[in-house]
Write a new protein. Structure first.
Length: 377
């Protein structure tokens, strides 16, 4: 037994999670070829190299062991429970792209090492799913039928692709795909840009279309913003903006308006570098290229929040609110002691702020706070 398990908070959560798994059947495609792992209180992966020979066996494991985290491999193996990894005999792997709010450069409040995400943080992660889908459909010919989306249960979203077209891709191929999606393999010169000569690319590539469109949006900003972005004197920016329509339409014609002096190339390079950064997809690289990673099983519970890793369609994702729609434990109350917590919202209700106080809360709020370090009372 891990030390993290030997506490009343762990026992309390395991009891609740066991009740959930006794009422809900978890299903995993090709489960018999997957490696599974589970976690305990404050430890997301306590053991792995598990395999199940029937869905009934897997669900019995969940009901009896009541894990606070349950994960599976994107990979398919001939012998998923063998060790070491090479003895499993890899048969192929799904693609899984992950976007977590804490990896998107957002400002997130942190107290005693715990992050307090808000709806707007997770909305940013959700928006990245839609941006990625645009890439995958338009640039690679995938269809919405190839995608499965689920909330991670805490801070973001996972996009699963189980198409036969990608199952045999090796790690290098997956790296090249991520390089394309993140723009790390793109070079302006090879795309047809020449900032010294004032040439904008007219290459029919979709990436060029995205970059040019983004650059035009940047040029629609005020002079003060453009000065801060490029470091070019305001009078030169003002002169350019007097001819804004001409400047913007020039990009479509492959012509970059030349500023006075020697900094014209520098100006355009900063404009287009910024345009590129706005268009790249900030994918979690490790998850995307790792053939042996294990990740949250959809429809299972997350031990840090008590939320369900809910599956949904793209249409359902548009209106999905994890702080309401992923809540499970709606009945009952529980008393907890909270060292410190900011104001937060769950299920449309406001809670906190709290500091060194004991309060009785709806069960879902108490469970949420236990993942932030609260103690049972």
């Amino acid at each position: 037994m891990y030390p993290e398990e030997n506490c009343k908070e762990s026992d309390f959560l395991k009891k609740l999670f066991g009740e959930y798994y006794s009422k809900n059947v978890i299903s995993v495609p090709a489960f018999e070829k997957r490696e599974f792992g589970y976690g305990v209180f404050k430890r997301k992966i306590a053991n792995r190299n598990l395999a199940f020979f029937s869905e009934n066996e897997m669900n019995s494991f969940l009901r009896n062991n009541k894990p606070l985290f349950f994960s599976y491999s994107n990979a398919y193996y001939a012998f998923p429970d063998r060790k070491p990894m090479e003895n499993k005999m890899l048969l192929g792997a799904d693609l899984i792209y992950e976007f977590d709010a804490d990896e998107l450069g957002l400002e997130v409040e942190e107290i005693n090492g715990k992050q307090w995400f808000k709806k707007e943080h997770l909305d940013k992660a959700r928006d990245e799913i839609f941006r990625l889908v645009n890439f995958l459909e338009n640039d690679f010919g995938f269809s919405s039928n190839d995608f499965e989306i689920n909330f991670s249960g805490k801070a973001g979203y996972h996009l699963h692709i189980r198409s036969e077209k990608i199952r045999s891709l090796n790690k290098q191929s997956r790296i090249e795909l991520v390089d394309y999606l993140t723009g790390s393999s793109l070079h302006f010169e090879s795309l047809g840009y020449d900032f010294q000569k004032g040439i904008a690319s007219q290459n029919p590539a979709l990436w060029v279309e995205r970059i040019n469109s983004s650059a035009k949006k940047i040029l629609a900003q005020e002079s003060k913003q453009l000065c801060a972005l490029t470091g070019i004197q305001k009078k030169k920016i003002d002169f350019l903006l007097q001819k804004r329509d001409e400047v913007i339409s020039g990009i479509d014609k492959g012509v970059l308006f030349r500023l006075e002096g020697r900094k014209s190339a520098e100006f355009w390079e900063k404009i287009f570098q910024t345009a590129l950064k706005k268009e790249i997809s900030p994918i979690d690289r490790q998850t995307s290229v790792d053939l042996h990673k294990i990740i949250r099983v959809p429809s299972t519970l997350h031990g840090d929040t008590g939320f369900v890793a809910k599956k949904m369609s793209l249409d359902e994702l548009k209106s999905f609110d994890p702080f309401s729609d992923a809540i499970v434990f709606r009945e009952g109350t529980q008393r907890v002691f909270i060292k410190k917590a900011p104001k937060f919202s769950l299920d449309g209700k406001e809670f906190g702020p709290y500091e060194e106080e004991e309060v009785e809360l709806p069960l879902f709020a108490a469970v949420y706070l236990l993942g932030k370090g609260a103690e049972l009372r």
